[in-house]
Every structure is written in C-alpha cells, then in structure tokens.
Design a protein around this ligand. Sequence first.
Ligand SMILES: C[S@@+](CC[C@H](N)C(=O)[O-])C[C@H]1O[C@@H](n2cnc3c(N)ncnc32)[C@H](O)[C@@H]1O
Length: 329
Amino acid sequence: MQNAWTPTSPSRVIHANNLEVLPGLPDGAFTLIYLDPPFNTGRSQKRQSTTSVRSVAVDGSHAAGTITGFKGQRYERIKGDLLGYDDQFEDYWAFLEPRLIEAWRLLADDGTLYLHLDYREAHYAKVLLDALFGRECFLNELIWAYDYGAKSKNKWPTKHDTILVYVKNPARYYFDSTTVDREPYMAPGLVTPEKVAKGKLPTDVWWHTIVSPTGKEKTGYPTQKPVGILRRIIQASSREGDWVLDFFAGSGTTGAVANALGRRFVLIDQNPEALAVMRVRFELVAGIDFSDLTEERPENDAVGSQPSLRKRASQQKLPQSIAGTARPN
Ligand SMILES: C[S@@+](CC[C@H](N)C(=O)[O-])C[C@H]1O[C@@H](n2cnc3c(N)ncnc32)[C@H](O)[C@@H]1O
C-alpha cells in the first residue's frame, strides 16, 4: 500500500478497494473493527474479491495454498455444507470471507469485531463466523430495532438489523459497559428513583431510531448509520487513544464517533461519494490524512466531481458531538 500506515500515523481516510489496502496494514493494530458491508453484493464482486485472497493456516498465520480458515478443515466442511443451500449467499460470502480473515489478523489480542448485517444474511454468517473465529470467540448477537418506513401487511414487518460481535481472544478482550450511555427504564415505576435517574445499562436489544431524513445528523449518504449505535460500540469496546478501523466506511460515522470519543481511526471506502461526504464531515477536524489509492482518481477529485453532493454536504452543519474536534495523534 502506498502511504503506508502505522499506529504512529495520524487518523486516515482512504479511498480504495479495501481488499487492496488491508494486507498492507500491520497485524494486531486495531482494538475495534466495525464493519457494515453492503448487502447482497452479488456476482460482480466475486471475481475481484477472490483474486487477492491470501491463505491462512490453522494457527492464523498466512501461508501459501488455499484458504483453510483459522479452524482448518472444520471451517471448510461447514462452509461447503452451508453455502450449497444458497447461491446468493455463496457470492456474498466469497466477497466477505477474505476481508473477515484480514479483519481477524488486524485485531489486537484484546480486540473486538462488530459485523453489522441484514436479517437475511445474519444466520448464515453467524454459523460461518463461529467456524472461522471459533465459537468461543462469539460474544453477542446485537439486535438494533427501529420503527420507520413502510410496513408489510402479509408478514411481521422486519424492522431490525443484526450486529454480530466476535472477540479475538475470549480471555483477553476489552469490554467496559460502565462507560456506555445509559437508557431510560421501560417501567420506571418498578425501580428506585436513584435507578431511574441513572438510567439502565443497554441489553443486547437496542431500540434506536434510524438517521432521520430531516435531522441534523443526516449527511446525505444513503446507508448512514446512527451516531448513537456507534457510540455504544466504541464506548464499550475501546479506550481513549485506541485505534478503530472501518473498511466499509460510507459516510464515516465510525470515524466521526471515534474522533469525538478520543479514539484514532482508519476508514476505507471505494465510493467517491462516500469520500465526498467524509471530506465535509471531517472538514473541521485537524490532522486527518486523506489518501486516494484508486488508480484513476486524483486526490481531491471526489467532492469536485459530484456537485450536487458537494452542495448538499456543505449545507449540513454537524454538531460538535458528531464531527468532533481535532485530536492529537
Ligand atoms: C452500508 S455502507 C456503510 C455505511 C456506513 N456504516 C455509514 O454509517 O455511513 C457500505 C459501504 O461499503 C463500501 N464498499 C463496498 N465494497 C467496498 C470495497 N470493496 N472496498 C471499500 N469499500 C467498499 C460502499 O461504497 C459503501 O459506502
């Protein structure tokens, strides 16, 4: 990777296909990795994703040959059984697998992966991740429930996403729920006034609105996730000064929250529109490196080439809690 990044570098936003950048990042550098990949990536992604796959031996080290996964034959067998049922998911997993293997390598020994999935993908992914990371490394299945938009009349309207949480080392992972924003009790009459005042610790079901189409938080990026969801994740699974990685960065929510909470970050996205939004989002944050590692696009081209997005983005005024302030690196 050009502009090689190390943990002594400033926070960075990279315009690139993530699979071309990840192998150049150092082992164990990140305490937290949050991933919100596109759903149903389909066949077009399959070819590009398999070309630069590196193989991983049973002990997690990279070796020549085919992928065997961290758990070797067992993973391959489960994958073979499971993917046979669903062609579309097979393509999706072919796209995700090499990236998840890199994510595992990049996690620090006390690190945690949050993988944000659609309800259609979550169950296959859970089985495969159990086999890939090890079932003992599974920490939580978080349900993010919201209530917005059209509701189906012929089935229960699906209004949730699933976030699977895996740790690198179940004996060493970092988790501190005491720093997490608390929420109101559902039945405040049943607990003491002191408890009501303090609020309750969130469980594994998170009720949270989507990013409001008319709210202050909106960047204009269609798949933007709420700051409130990322705040919980980053508060619980990283410390101030730790490195956070999001290589499906989109509008940069992970970086914005990481910065506001005093963490450092690396964000990667291949879409010029995402880069345009992130440039505006981080405009007031000093000391962030922007690198363009796509061959065809010169640096600074992303915003300029999208006039409507530039206008929309520059009209937004992000509160300090979202955009954050400059942090020393
Ligand atoms: C669901 S969006 C992420 C939204 C983000 N969590 C937010 O809050 O804005 C997924 C992102 O992954 C990016 N993406 C898809 N494939 C990629 C790849 N191979 N390399 C880098 N980025 C990719 C897309 O451009 C898109 O911005």
